[in-house]
Design a protein around this ligand. Sequence first.
Ligand code: ATP
Length: 294
Amino acid sequence: MTQAIVLQNISKRYGTTKALDGLELAVEVGELFGLVGVNGAGKTTTLSIIMGFIHASSGSASVLGLDPWTDAPKLHSSIAWLPGDVRLPDAQSGLEWLTYQAGVAKLDHALIPALANEWEVPLNRPMRTLSKGNRQKVALLRLLIAKDAKLLVLDEPTSGLDPVAQERLLLALRERAAAGATVFFSSHSLTEVQTLCDRVAVIDRGQVLKLGTLNALTGDTHTLTVWTQKPVNTSSLEPWKPRLISNTHAILSGDRLLEDALPKLMAFGIERAEFGGMNLEHLLEQNHTREVTR
Ligand code: ATP
């Protein structure tokens, strides 16, 4: 088996809402793969189909060589899962809950103290007294004690985490992938997946809009965001696909931004300018046509 996840022409309807609309993607074994999209793009629905929590309306899904819907119990022994909406029992301490979880799933509970120390999570207090970030960390420890999991599936894993914990998580996921596990996670942010993923699928309205390495997706395209004193006239800026947030706040993308676009913008009196990489919003805006690359 070389592919950990294969989704072919997957559609999912909730009543009249089409959450997924012919979604196609394949994830190689050992890959760190990011699923990126804005709110409502279909990320959680995709992850729920991979986990076998819901059944696709049509199309076919294979996860670790199994059908995630019919083989869910068998599959779950090989998958470590982090839900997007972490729900933990309020009255239990993290230690009680993790020890119970380790017992049910036959995991090594001896790993818990060292991980709690590393992640700086207070495990002896009732979980209702923990901050959102610390509850997220407890849920992450549940994922990390499944150390033999072949596939890690994480829905918005960095949600609520401070930058140090985010960095620690990215490191832990990298280590798992280096040891041969496949990591599949969802995110709102291209920047986040940029630092971690081998490949990324950008989804929009239930379809894969782009799939590839981040470099292949964004190339060396950069963005220039400017705030001006006078209203921006975009007629001389067309090569950089100007997007007006207000008449004195514009975002441009493309090549030679500093060399050629910035001097033209001077005419409007620049108050502030930021130069950076491509973000999700730009990628979505510039790719209305469906294009799948590998
Ligand atoms: P977010 O980033 O906000 O979590 P998402 O990319 O995970 O969004 P999904 O939760 O998969 O998106 O939702 C995709 C679409 O399906 C949305 O239009 C959403 O409103 C709809 N949807 C999701 N779950 C249900 C449900 N149980 N019943 C009805 N509609 C649903």
